[in-house]
Design a binder for this molecule. Structure first.
Ligand code: NAD
Length: 484
């Protein structure tokens, strides 16, 4: 991989400017080395960014859907044109294998901008008409105003696209804050965004959560806050947003149950969990991490999955050989390690494979499978956000369903069986934003992604997201003199 150029300028009011706040070291988690340091926005720069978005709003909100679609299509083209560099930056800054960033993150990012370019031109809604005699009612969808968008580190550019594309399409102006760990890809795209969008429509500021993040959320001119992140961060944002009654869009954690019935295609299950339980080193809120295996398939599943997980390639010198990367930081790796340590302190939990920090450089953790787990175990209840999957045995489907739903999370789930009737009945009763049947983790830009319960309530992707980033308004006109 050629070393990509590292951009450090923020985008504020159409200008690329160096941050004037404290400098943060940006690491390569695959090696632990410092890549560069990026200066955060100062509070004055944050103020300038919010004011710029506020000034840009009247004109941008009155552009036609076709004009906004044009800008989104140009952004998608810019992502494609820079794809090689952006993939290299995602790989460097997240430690992802380069071929996966290239093949998965970049096309998905461009597709999200293209989807919203189309979706905003064909929105649907209630029919205009005379719902009160002598009065005509019509319904509009208008943008909310200045949106503060705050992203996590697991898929930096894709999460930026999920936040920026629907908000811009709906006619809002934004101040976007990437995770303090992973600002490099969006900063590299900033010069192109500056060329495409009018000044102030999209501002990009860097900084930590408690500093710049919370100041941004608390700004009185911000009308909506969109967060993808931790439940605790969501709670803090709700408290702050309550003071000025801001609209919120929260996409929080997950702990996806995977119900494997006796009649499932074992090979497909093993392949599916090997891929979708460990993809991105399990740093995925939809990761297939909490398996409930029916008694008739349980032992074969544990044995075959154990072998499959032990074969996952990581931390190899030749990047192209790797299937997963490291955890994002030493802190995250140690957090994963302590979850597993506590789990293995329980006599009933069995280590099938993994369960150790990798001894080489970087923040790698061995892909881990734990069996014999029980419903009330911490490792079954809490989000680990690492390459760790648990297996719990069940006899009756009703038991699996109860356990699957017995969770504070409600983002994603899957059911594995060759009986479609059974699959649909289980899917209907799972309390999750998404249920996959005989697969896991597949996303489509056209389909909504978002949770229930403490996983939050914002919908990303799909035309539902356009609704989240807009307000519905009723216009009613009294008729004057009756026509003949
Ligand atoms: P995090 O909550 O620590 O950080 C997310 C973002 O919030 C960062 O940009 C951070 O700087 C900012 N932030 C933190 N505290 C803040 C505050 N007080 N005010 C304003 N901003 C603040 O989460 P993370 O560690 O970056 O990401 C991991 C979490 O995100 C996991 O829990 C994961 O499940 C969740 N996640 C959810 C989805 C989803 O679609 N539901 C997708 C990806 C990640």
């Amino acid at each position: 991989m050629n070393t990509p150029t590292l951009h450090s300028a923020l985008l504020i009011d159409g200008q690329l400017v160096g941050g004037e706040g404290v400098a943060e070291a940006i690491l390569n988690p695959a090696s632990g080395e410092v890549l560069c340091s990026i200066a955060e926005a100062s509070l004055e720069q944050l103020e300038a960014a919010v004011q710029a978005a506020h000034r840009a709003f009247p004109a941008w909100s009155r552009t036609t859907p076709a004009q906004r679609a044009g800008a989104l299509l140009a952004i998608a083209d810019a992502v494609d044109a820079q794809a090689e560099q952006l993939a290299a930056l995602e790989a460097l800054n997240c430690g992802k294998p380069l071929h996966l960033a290239r093949q998965d993150d970049l096309p998905a990012t461009a597709d999200v901008f293209r989807f919203f370019a189309g979706a905003v031109r064909c929105q649907q809604g209630q029919l205009a008409g005379e719902y009160v005699a002598g009065h005509t009612s019509l319904v509009r969808r208008d943008p909310v105003g200045v949106v503060a968008s705050i992203a996590p580190w697991n898929y930096p550019l894709m999460m930026a696209a999920w936040k920026i594309a629907p908000a811009l399409a709906a006619g809002n102006c934004l101040v976007f804050k990437p995770s303090e760990h992973t600002p490099l890809s969006i900063l590299a795209l900033a010069p192109a965004l500056r060329e495409i969008l009018p000044a102030g429509v999209l501002n990009i500021v860097c900084g930590g959560g408690e500093g710049i993040g919370s100041s941004l959320v608390g700004h009185p001119k911000v009308r909506m806050v969109s967060l993808t992140g931790d439940i605790v961060t969501g709670q803090k944002i709700l408290q702050s947003a309550a003071r000025t009654l801001k609209r919120t869009h929260l996409e929080l954690g997950g702990k996806a149950p995977v119900i494997v019935c006796d009649d499932a295609d074992l090979e497909a299950v093993v392949q599916g969990i090997r891929t979708h339980g460990y993809y991105n080193a399990g740093q995925d809120c939809t990761a297939a991490c909490r398996i409930y295996a029916q008694a008739g398939i349980h032992d074969r599943l544990v044995a075959e999955l154990g072998d499959a997980v032990a074969s996952i390639r990581f931390a190899r010198k030749k990047d192209a050989d790797n299937e997963i990367g490291p955890l994002i930081s030493a802190r995250q790796r140690d957090r994963v390690a302590s979850f597993v340590e506590r789990a293995l302190g329980q006599p009933h939990i069995e280590r099938v494979t993994g369960a150790a920090v990798h001894s080489g450089p970087g923040f790698h953790y061995q892909p881990t499978l734990l069996a014999g787990c029980r419903q009330n175990d911490e490792i079954v209840q809490r989000e680990v956000f690492g390459p760790v999957v648990t297996v719990t045995r069940f006899d009756q489907l009703s038991q699996a369903l109860d356990w699957a739903n017995d969770s504070e999370y409600g983002l994603a789930s899957s059911v594995w069986t060759q009986n479609l009737d059974k699959a649909l009945q289980l899917a209907n009763r799972l309390q999750y934003g998404c249920t996959w049947i005989n697969t896991h983790f597949m996303l489509a830009s056209e389909m909504p992604h978002g949770g229930l319960k403490r996983s939050g309530y914002g919908k990303d992707l799909s035309s539902d997201s356009l609704q989240d980033y807009s307000v519905v308004r009723h216009i009613m006109a009294r008729h004057g003199q009756q026509l003949d």
